[in-house]
Write a protein that binds this ligand. Structure first.
Ligand code: G3P
Ligand code: MG
Length: 240
């Protein structure tokens, strides 16, 4: 039995509208031991969980998250685009997710979505929430914006960080260590057993994304990864 964190990517996004409370709850029901989610900030500084910088695709308003107050965002329907049975799902706040999992052992992988829009104090605000919920041991902050991770490590060295990337980086564990990160959130095709072993020898773990094919899940489990990020936590659960 492999002890691997089963991260539901944007919640159980294979069967529910991504980044909604329905998707997070369903993920846990399907055997996820971790939740991956994307955090952005409204105009008035509320931390909300949504993947795109714009509300268009999942919440039906053609506007940047950064340009709308939370009082307006919370009126939007973030479920109907996926299926009428999800009508009325909302764009959740980070706090709503932390509230859901605070009395569980669930690991929360909070992706700071500040690659395109630079949200002032995003790192500090996320860290404040995580500390307030006393979840520093169960959170990993990830981002494609590695300056943001370096800043998070400076502000909160007690919270783990993982670098997200899309390329075949050379010896990424060395690079990760240079910014104080302890995990590699790599595209699954850039994960080979030798690299996992070399990273592990340096105290750096792999949490590859986004892995939906059970054969690929098996390959990565055998390679020794620490976690797998999937839209289908039930498929991974069946293998573990
Ligand atoms: O954390 C893995 C994955 O979520 C990164 O890509 O675009 O799905 O947020 P994206
Ligand atoms: Mg993400």
């Amino acid at each position: 039995m492999a002890n691997i964190v089963n991260f539901a990517h944007r919640g159980a996004s294979g069967c529910c509208p991504e980044n909604t409370m329905a998707a997070f709850s369903k993920g846990l029901e399907l055997g996820a031991t971790g939740i991956e989610t994307d955090v952005q900030m409204t105009k008035d500084g509320t931390l909300v969980l949504i993947h795109d910088e714009k509300l268009t695709r999942t919440a039906g308003l053609d506007a940047l998250v950064a340009s709308v107050d939370y009082s307006e965002v919370k009126q939007l329907d973030a479920g109907s685009w996926f299926g009428s049975e999800f009508a009325g799902e909302r764009v959740p706040t980070l706090e709503q997710l932390l509230e859901l999992v605070k009395d569980t052992n669930t690991i929360v992988n909070i992706e700071l979505k500040n690659g395109f829009v630079q949200y002032p104090q995003l790192e500090a605000k996320v860290i404040e929430s995580v500390r307030r919920y006393q979840m520093t041991e169960r959170v990993i902050l990830s981002s494609f914006n590695h300056y943001s991770l370096a800043e998070a490590n400076r502000l909160a060295p007690e919270i783990a960080t993982g670098i997200l990337y899309m390329e075949g980086l050379y010896e990424p564990w060395k690079y990760a260590q240079s910014i104080g990160a302890s995990a590699l959130h790599a595209p699954y095709y850039a994960v080979l057993p030798d690299w996992v072993a070399s990273a592990k020898a340096e105290g750096v773990i792999y949490n590859p994304f986004t892995v939906n094919d059970p054969n690929e899940m098996k390959r990565l489990i055998d390679a020794g990864v620490a976690g797998i990020i999937t839209d289908y936590p039930d498929r991974l659960h069946a293998l573990l």
